[in-house]
Design a protein around this ligand. Structure first.
Ligand SMILES: Nc1nc2c(ncn2[C@@H]2O[C@H](COP(=O)(O)OP(=O)(O)O)[C@@H](O)[C@H]2O)c(=O)[nH]1
Ligand SMILES: [Mg+2]
Length: 322
């Protein structure tokens, strides 16, 4: 750790030039849950926000989330969209964080989706990282928040792919500035979109696989489901009909994403720190840890303020509780 501390200023500068090796090394630090690493993380964040001789200093990239059931086409869409966006905006830099539920079974988060991504290894403006998810139901991994704090300081946009089923999909709403739910046309037995249960979460819908024969019927079905589930908003909720196979509908979706990215940075990962500190405490210390935070330490918001920051709060909590 000592040697990393010395190397940190250089490493941060290289990462700000989007050197892939440097970015990957910093990610490892932000995924590291050993105690000493919290100090290095807060040093990294300070360096990132302060380095005056780079144009990324003070950057907060917009965070877009793509969620939806496995097989709906999230990875296929991302592999096209990312490359298209880089072509459409020559200044843009993007990081993709794919949170892969299958990795628990296969034992490694590295293959799987990556092989399907049409990925440009030499392109500095595009960075791809795959992460194991916490459960086989998807949702965020234990360090997804940490890695987003880092990536949003380096790239104009962070795109997160998560599987959204059950409870876990709501997590993405806490991390992303905008959540897109990717759906595929209904099968013959008409499972209702409403039953999918996640219609309340997203800001926009992507009905993918529009090349399939039942796509149009499903579009009308989705519209009426939205009227039922979110009657006061449904006018404002876009549905993008896309095909990652043929490319149909992608231009419209990409235009909306570019508008999102160019409209400014993230609405504030700082604001989300209390939620993720609470989540971290529950993960690491269980329910009794959560009670201790709420009852003895005044709750996550108060405790972060008292400790002087998120990293400091993690370290202080481990001491106070452990
Ligand atoms: N017909 C058709 N198949 C697609 C489309 N997008 C993805 N697929 C296929 O659907 C399967 C799942 O895609 P994938 O991107 O891995 O889905 P993910 O699990 O949501 O990331 C793959 O076999 C893709 O080739 C599409 O627009 N049309
Ligand atoms: Mg995928």
């Amino acid at each position: 750790m000592d040697s990393l501390e010395q190397a940190l200023p250089g490493l941060v500068r290289e990462a700000q030039q989007l050197n892939k090796m440097a970015v990957a090394r910093l990610i490892s630090l932000f995924e590291d849950d050993r105690e000493g690493s919290a100090v290095l993380r807060s040093q990294t964040l300070r360096l990132l926000d302060a380095n005056p001789d780079t144009d990324t200093a003070g950057r907060r990239g917009r965070i877009l989330g793509l969620t939806g059931t496995p097989g709906s086409g999230k990875s296929s869409l991302l592999s096209r969209i990312t490359v298209d966006l880089l072509e459409r905006n020559a200044e843009l830099s993007l990081a993709v964080l794919a949170i892969d539920p299958s990795s628990q079974v296969s034992g490694g988060a590295l293959l799987g989706d990556r092989t399907r991504m049409r990925f440009l290894p030499a392109e500095k403006r595009l960075f791809f990282r795959s992460q194991a998810s916490q459960t086989d139901l998807g949702g965020l991994g234990p360090s997804s928040f940490q890695v987003c704090r880092l990536l949003s300081r380096l790239f104009d946009c962070v795109m997160i792919e998560t599987v959204g089923i059950g409870q876990s999909e709501a997590d993405i709403r806490h991390l992303a500035d905008r959540v897109y739910l990717v759906l595929q046309p209904l099968g013959g037995d008409e499972v209702q979109f409403l039953k999918a249960g996640i219609i309340e979460i997203p800001h926009a819908f992507i009905l993918n696989k529009s090349d399939e024969p039942t796509a149009l019927k499903s579009f009308h079905h989705l519209r009426s489901s939205m009227w039922l589930a979110r009657p006061f908003e449904s006018e404002d909720l876009p549905i993008f009909q896309t095909s990652a196979l043929t490319g149909a509908g992608l231009e419209e979706l990409e235009s909306e994403m570019l508008r999102q990215i160019e409209s400014g940075g993230t609405a504030g990962l700082e604001m989300r720190e209390p939620y993720f500190l609470d989540r971290w405490v529950h993960q690491e210390f269980g329910k009794s840890g959560g009670r201790f935070l709420a009852q003895q330490l005044g709750g996550a918001t108060v405790f972060i303020a008292q400790a002087g920051g998120y990293e400091q709060a993690q370290a202080a909590f481990s001491q106070a509780f452990g």
